[in-house]
Design a protein around this ligand. Structure first.
Ligand code: PLP
Length: 500
C-alpha cells in the first residue's frame, strides 16, 4: 500500500516513510487510494481480541512493516499501560453507548494512538534521528510526551497555548519526565501554535537535516501512525455491541464523535470504508462550530472569533484532517484539494461543490453544543444516569440526544448510537464539578485549585480519580518556558541538543 499527498500524486511513499515524515513536503497529508481495495474480513474480526484486530488491520494498511515488526509494536504499545482490562470499555448511557477511550496513561483518547506511534516510528528509523514537533490544544501534548518518553534517537518538543489548557493539562505537561522531552507555552492560541509548527517544518526541515542530521516529524493527528490505530476502537465497539446482541453483524451503528482536528472521526470513516457497518458519523463540535457550518452549507470559513470553551481540546478553527476527507469526497482530485487549501490560506475560507457536499452527506451529520448546553449535558448525564462525562464527551452526548429527539419527532427508528468518550471527567474536574454541583468552597476559604475540584468531585460522586492524575500533585515542575510565536523556531533549535 502506497501513500501520497492529498495535493499531488507525483510522489508515492510506503507507510514507514509516511509515519516518519508526518506531513507531506507540499503541505498536504498522506492518503492512500488503496484504502478502497483492501477488504478485511470484518466478520472474522468480531471474534478477535483488541490486539489481534490491531494486527489484522495494520497488516493491510501498513504493508512495508514486516509481520515481526508489527507484532513487536503491538506487544509494546498497550500492555500494562491501561487501567481497565478492556482497553476501550463500552458502557451504557441512557439508551446509547459510551465508548470509554480514556483509560490510558494520560486519561484521554489520544493514548490509543500515541502509545502506538512511537513504536511504528522507531521501526521506521534507519540510522537517522528524529525530533517530533507537536502543537497541542491540551491532550495531545501529554499523550505524546508519555508515548515518546526516552524513545531511542527520537526527541520531542511540545508547544501549547499559554493559559489555554486546563490546570491539570498544564501540570501533565509541565511535569513531563524524560531526557528527550522539551515543553514550552506559547503566547497565542492553539491555531497560533499549529501555524508556528507548520512554519518551522516548512522553513527548517532541510537545514536541520543537512546540518544536524536530524529530521523533523510530527505526532499530531495528521500522522498516518496516529490515524490508523484509531480505526481499531470503532471495530471494537461494534464487536461489543454484536457480542451483547444489540446488533447482528451487518446492522448499521451510528457514531457520535466529539471533534476538533477531525482525526478521531476520520478514523471512523476509514473503518466504514474497510467494511465496518457504520451508519452515520456525527461530527459533534463545541462553540467553535466551524465544522457544523461547513457541513450545513459547504463553506469552510475560519475567519470567525476564536472561542475559549470548557472543551479546550476542540477549540480549533483549522481542522487539519478534514483535508483527507475532502480528498476522498472529491474522488481523489488532488488539484481540487490543493485549490481549496490555497483558498483557505489566502482568503481564510473555501467552498466545496454540490457534488462533493453530496458525497459528504452520504456519511456525515454535524451539530454543536455551546458552553451552557455542554454544562447542562454534564449535569443531565449525572442526574439521569449517574454518569460522569467530561466537557468534550458532553458535546457528543448533547448532540446525540438532540438527534434522537429529532428522530422521534419525524418517526424514524434510529440505529444504536455509540458516543465516543474522549477524556476522563477528572481531567476537567473544575468545569465538571461546577456543572453538576455549582461553585466549590473550601473549608479554609482558599481559592480551590484543580486538585481540590478533583477530590471534591470524587467525594461527592463516588467515582475514582485516575492515579495518573492524582499523582501530579507531588511531581516537580520541570518545564517553565513561555515563548512568543516568533521565538518558537529558536526554542526548537535549542531543543535539538537532547539528541546530541
Ligand atoms: C483531541 C481531542 C478531541 C478531538 O479529537 P480530534 O481527533 O482532534 O477530532 C476530543 N476530545 C478530547 C478530550 C481530545 O483530547
Amino acid at each position: 500500500m502506497l501513500y501520497h499527498s492529498t495535493r499531488s500524486k507525483k510522489e508515492m511513499v510506503g507507510a514507514k516513510e509516511a509515519v516518519l515524515t508526518g506531513l507531506c513536503p507540499d503541505g498536504g497529508l498522506f492518503v492512500s487510494d488503496d484504502l478502497f481495495n483492501v477488504k478485511p474480513d470484518m466478520k472474522a474480526l468480531m471474534d478477535m481480541e483488541y490486539e489481534e484486530i490491531v494486527y489484522e488491520i495494520f497488516r493491510l494498511l501498513l504493508t512495508d512493516y514486516s509481520d515481526e515488526e508489527l507484532k513487536d509494536c503491538i506487544a509494546k504499545a498497550y500492555k500494562g499501560k491501561f487501567v481497565t482490562e478492556d482497553l476501550t470499555p463500552l458502557t451504557e448511557i441512557g439508551d446509547d453507548y459510551l465508548l470509554e477511550l480514556y483509560h490510558g496513561p494520560t486519561a484521554a483518547f489520544k493514548d490509543l494512538a500515541l502509545c502506538m506511534l512511537p513504536q511504528l516510528m522507531s521501526k521506521a528509523l534507519k540510522d537517522e534521528k528524529v525530533m517530533i514537533l507537536t502543537a497541542t490544544s491540551g491532550d495531545t501534548g501529554k499523550a505524546a510526551l508519555a508515548g515518546f518518553k526516552d524513545a531511542e534517537n527520537i526527541g520531542i518538543t511540545v508547544f501549547y497555548p499559554h493559559g489555554g489548557v486546563s490546570d491539570i493539562q498544564y501540570l501533565q505537561m509541565a511535569t513531563a519526565e524524560g531526557a528527550n522531552v522539551n515543553v514550552a507555552a506559547v503566547r497565542g492560541n492553539f491555531d497560533d501554535c499549529q501555524t508556528g509548527v507548520k512554519k518551522i517544518f516548512a522553513e527548517c526541515s532541510d537545514e536541520f537535516r543537512e546540518e544536524k542530521k536530524i529530521s523533523l516529524s510530527s505526532a499530531n493527528s495528521i500522522n498516518v501512525g496516529r490515524l490508523v490505530p484509531q480505526i481499531i476502537y470503532y471495530i471494537e465497539a461494534y464487536k461489543q455491541l454484536a457480542k451483547r446482541n444489540v446488533v447482528s453483524f451487518g446492522d448499521p451503528v451510528d457514531f457520535v464523535v466529539p471533534t476538533g482536528n477531525f482525526g478521531d472521526i476520520l478514523a471512523g470513516y476509514y473503518a466504514k470504508v474497510l467494511g465496518l457497518p457504520v451508519g452515520r458519523l456525527i461530527v459533534a463540535s463545541n462553540e467553535n462550530n466551524v465544522l457544523t457550518d461547513f457541513f450545513a452549507n459547504g463553506v469552510y470559513n475560519k475567519k470567525r472569533p476564536f472561542v475559549k470553551t470548557i472543551s479546550p481540546s476542540m477549540d480549533i478553527l483549522v481542522s487539519s484532517n478534514l483535508e483527507r476527507m475532502l480528498y476522498y469526497a472529491a474522488d481523489g482530485d488532488c488539484d481540487y484539494v490543493a485549490g481549496l487549501m490555497k483558498d483557505l490560506s489566502e482568503k481564510g475560507s473555501f467552498e466545496i461543490t454540490d457534488e462533493v457536499m453530496a458525497k459528504l452527506d452520504e456519511t456525515f451529520d454535524a451539530a454543536y453544543a455551546d458552553n451552557e448546553e455542554c454544562k447542562a449535558a454534564i449535569r443531565d448525564a449525572y442526574q439521569k444516569d449517574g454518569r460522569l462525562i467530561d466537557p468534550h464527551t458532553a458535546c457528543g452526548y448533547l448532540v446525540a440526544n438532540r438527534m434522537e429527539q429529532d428522530e422521534e419527532e419525524c418517526g424514524e427508528l434510529g440505529n444504536p448510537v455509540v458516543i465516543l468518550s474522549t477524556a476522563s471527567p477528572f481531567k476537567f474536574a473544575k468545569d465538571v464539578y461546577e456543572a453538576i454541583f455549582g461553585e466549590l468552597t473550601t473549608d479554609d476559604g482558599h481559592e480551590p485549585d484543580g486538585f481540590d475540584y478533583m477530590h471534591a468531585l470524587a467525594e461527592r460522586t463516588g467515582h475514582e480519580v485516575p492515579a495518573s492524575l492524582a499523582e501530579l500533585k507531588t511531581k516537580p515542575i520541570l518545564h517553565k518556558s513561555v515563548v512568543d510565536v516568533d521565538d518558537m523556531e529558536d526554542f526548537v533549535e535549542d531543543s535539538l541538543k537532547v539528541l546530541a
